[in-house]
Design a binder for this molecule. Structure first.
Ligand SMILES: NC(=O)c1ccc[n+]([C@@H]2O[C@H](COP(=O)([O-])OP(=O)(O)OC[C@H]3O[C@@H](n4cnc5c(N)ncnc54)[C@H](O)[C@@H]3O)[C@@H](O)[C@H]2O)c1
Length: 280
């Protein structure tokens, strides 16, 4: 694809969790915009595969194996980015642990892991990136949240808790960092088709899920990546502190279609008034 936001060319992006899924799609999109992209992930094999894919499209990229739950790894990662690229214009906090558990299970270890990966990691990465951005021309931070922050998933614990924290962090950082020319926004994807959903395409569950989404399809990694590119671009230069849903309308919906849905009853339908329908 050709670049939609030419001003992004040569700017430096850091994308966490970029080896697979949505993060990988974001890295590819930013590379198509001409950005230099540091791809960060805990999964070394998948990271090597993503680096090959970026190399194949001629992207200037830097693969970095790091655990965003480790402050030492985060320090090393930012040092490497500065050594290789000199600066940072965009940070995408995408890496997360997505596991959810049954409501009656106790899971303090999972809560601890997800707080470290999904909250402390983005917090520390944002602080490190902000110091670099504040000392240069400013920049943009995009957090990948979830519709689970705004409307709970069934069996959403502890994941939804961490995404609620990301939304609050987005607003808090945005108002403090605006004075340094740094914009902070979040994207809340709805159900997004990644490799995880490949095996279920065509199943009754997959189709039923599509039917519950107002736009009647899963989101794609490209849908999310397009919003990242927009938020990073100069077209979004007055947008900060926002959480933008890329969800096919699912959070706008009071009740999903199907049996039991809150469809209008015949009595609810108000006939058009003669004045409105009369043609002059
Ligand atoms: N897939 C969806 O339907 C969906 C919906 C809403 C929000 N999201 C959000 O989008 C983001 C990406 O989700 P995805 O579906 O692509 O998930 P994914 O599991 O496919 O990809 C996550 C990536 O992050 C990496 N990662 C995990 N822990 C890490 C750590 N400690 N340090 C560094 N890297 C780490 C993984 O190795 C993986 O490559 C997440 O923030 C997730 O919460 C996804």
């Amino acid at each position: 694809m050709s670049a939609r936001h030419p001003e992004l060319a040569d700017r430096v992006a850091v994308v966490t969790g970029a080896a697979k899924g949505i993060g990988r799609g974001i890295a590819v999109r930013l590379a198509h915009e001409g950005m230099r992209v540091a791809i960060v992930d805990i999964d070394g094999d998948a990271l090597a595969d993503a680096a090959d894919a970026l190399g194949a499209i001629g992207a200037r990229h830097l693969p970095l194996r790091a655990d965003v739950g480790s402050p030492d790894d985060i320090d090393a990662m930012f040092r490497s980015v500065r050594e290789s690229f000199g600066t940072i214009g965009l940070l995408v906090n995408n890496a997360a642990d997505l596991e959810r558990r049954r409501p009656l299970d106790e899971h303090p270890e999972l809560l601890e892991l997800q707080l470290a990966t999904n909250v402390t990691g983005p917090y520390l990465c944002s602080q490190r990136a902000a110091r670099i951005m504040a000392a240069s021309a400013g920049g943009s931070i995009v957090n990948i949240s979830s519709v689970g922050a705004l409307r709970a998933h069934h069996r959403g614990l502890p994941y939804d808790v961490t995404k609620g924290a990301i939304d609050a962090m987005t607003r808090a950082m945005a108002i403090d960092l605006g004075q340094y020319g740094i914009r902070v926004n979040a994207i809340a994807p709805g159900v997004t088709h990644t490799y995880r959903a490949d095996a279920s395409v065509g199943t009754a569950t997959y189709r039923a899920t599509e039917e519950r989404i107002p736009l009647r399809r899963f989101g794609t990694v490209a849908d999310v990546a397009a919003m990242v590119a927009f938020l990073a671009s100069d077209d979004a230069s007055y947008v900060t502190g926002q959480v933008i849903c890329v969800d096919g309308g699912i959070t706008a919906q009071l009740s999903p279609p199907g049996p039991g849905a809150l469809e209008p009853e015949p009595d609810d339908v108000v006939p058009p008034t003669p004045e409105r329908t009369a043609t002059p």
